[in-house]
Design a protein around this ligand. Sequence first.
Ligand SMILES: Cc1cc2nc3c(=O)[nH]c(=O)nc-3n(C[C@H](O)[C@H](O)[C@H](O)COP(=O)(O)O)c2cc1C
Length: 333
Amino acid sequence: MREVRLAPLAGITDWPFRLLCFEQGCDCACTEMVSALGYVYAPRGHATLTLLEKNEGEGRLLLQLFGKDPDVMARAAEALSQDARFAGIDLNMGCPAHKVACSGEGSGLMRTPEVAGAIMRGVVKASRLPVSVKFRLGWDAEHINVRDMARLAEDCGVSEMTVHGRTRVQMYSGQADWDRIGEVKQAVKIPVFGNGDIFTAEQALHRLNDYGLDGVVIGRGAMGNPWLFAQIRSALRGETFTLPTPREKVEMALRHYRLLLGWKPERIAVGEMRKHIGWYIHGLRGAARMRDEINKMNRPEEVYSALMSFAEQAEALPESGPLPPYGIERGKG
Ligand SMILES: Cc1cc2nc3c(=O)[nH]c(=O)nc-3n(C[C@H](O)[C@H](O)[C@H](O)COP(=O)(O)O)c2cc1C
């Protein structure tokens, strides 16, 4: 079966958001990246424990580790793979953020295949769970080595991989190169999942069909739009999908709000929800003004009632505006 997965997005794919994606038919998700070093030296640290939280309503969840020390990565994987909440350990070899990549972690590992190999071998040996890896195409256009890295991963016993079709230097600019992802699929026998710039069901279907991939992995396209999973599932079955109404979008935003408020302190939840609400209502008439107002509100009740009246008025008017902005937090992922 071809899978439709949710990508790891630091600062975004916590359990409340993942739960909403699973409810819409997401097959598998990944935690935000967790520092292996942080976990090994402070396994009960608040930040790490928060990243490891899983809701019982969630489906198959991979735990993503980042780091550059093979021994530390193996120790973290050994301990975390005994945690029944996770279905697999995913290794981050794609993060382009300066402090991660330039210190030899994340996509920086694509410049040091010998270290990447030692990590993959060590983690496969230490982990009780299947191990996957997430690559970019390479460091820059002159050093595209994802096919070699993919073969190396397969030799090391990695069981599947995701490829984001950009180099590290591209960060999030330009377009993901799916031909390169297709070449990786041809080069290895283990499952390959493609990632990059999927914002519609049509795009997902084309990518799956054109490159014979085992699935697609969706990041920014799911932000404010967990329905994308249901939409792609419908498209795969050859069925049509009715897009959510403005009211349904606002109701989803409110549900997201309640989940976050039930988990995090109010001040934090209110701050974090601002960006999500902006994504949920993007494209609806009056969204920019509503977003500005909500950004000034500090009490959830105020936000609820503002959103409810916004929904009523938006329902009466046609939608406008281009596709959402998919704002990227600099330095993430
Ligand atoms: C805000 C943000 C955070 C990210 N965090 C991670 C991360 O923790 N681990 C990771 O492997 N990739 C991370 N990524 C990369 C995404 O998983 C994905 O590869 C990238 O966004 C391309 O997919 P898309 O075009 O569907 O968004 C992040 C991307 C963004 C925009």
